[in-house]
Design a protein around this ligand. Structure first.
Ligand SMILES: Cc1cc2nc3c(=O)[nH]c(=O)nc-3n(C[C@H](O)[C@H](O)[C@H](O)COP(=O)(O)O)c2cc1C
Length: 196
């Protein structure tokens, strides 16, 4: 009763949304991915930075190379998902800050002149953007299968720019047969929230 989002949308985004482990053959188009990005780009980040980078692996050759870098148990789903996206954090995101934060362009130099600070900020804020992306996939009526079980150094070397750090690989598509593992429990409100 406290939520203003309608119940069907709550189910689509959270209650009935699951992490898919199998997929149908139905393609995922660039138009769908663009619609997802154009929605979730409005999710908040610190200083309005935008460190998320996305590599869509569409070619058979690229898919084959990527599968080799996945952990054994993840290979079949990455091999068969209609679309696979590599999500990464750009550690040089500060270059875009003056354009993204026009009311405070000095933030680039005041806060992000040091690489370790940028890597930390990029990791946190790109992870936030990755979470928004997963919810966006669900908003498109698709299922996402995020994975971090992979050889990060291999993916970084083969698919990403030198300044980009892999965050996760996401299988995307309509769920196939036996797509779900049993739903695991979540912590309750009282276990997570305290009031001081
Ligand atoms: C960042 C991240 C990494 C994950 N890595 C893997 C993985 O390597 N292999 C895998 O089978 N599932 C992986 N998962 C899937 C989770 O186990 C799954 O999303 C979680 O248990 C919730 O499942 P549910 O959405 O079906 O409730 C990952 C999920 C996230 C968000």
């Amino acid at each position: 009763m406290s939520l203003v989002l309608d119940a069907a949308a709550q189910d689509l985004l959270f209650r009935e949304a699951r992490t898919a482990n199998t997929f149908t053959d139905e393609p995922v188009t660039d138009e769908q991915v663009q619609a997802i990005y154009d929605l979730v780009k409005f999710g908040p980040t610190a200083f309005n930075q935008s460190p998320l980078r996305v590599v869509l692996v569409r070619s058979a050759e690229g898919r084959e190379r990527l599968v080799q870098h996945m952990a054994e148990g993840n290979r079949p789903k990455t091999a068969t998902a209609p679309l696979v996206a590599i999500l990464a954090a750009d550690n040089e995101f500060h270059e875009e800050l003056p354009a993204l934060l026009p009311h405070f362009p000095q933030a680039k130099d005041v806060f992000f002149s040091e690489r370790p600070v940028r890597e930390s900020a990029a990791g946190l804020n790109a992870a936030l953007q990755a979470a928004y992306f997963i919810i966006g996939v669900r908003a498109a009526g698709l299922a996402a299968g995020p994975m971090t079980g992979y050889d990060a150094a291999g993916i970084q070397k083969e698919f990403l720019d030198g300044d980009h750090t892999p965050l996760m690989v996401v299988n995307i598509g309509k769920p196939g047969e036996d797509a779900w593992f049993p739903r695991s429990p979540r912590l309750s409100y009282d276990e997570v929230v305290k009031t001081v």
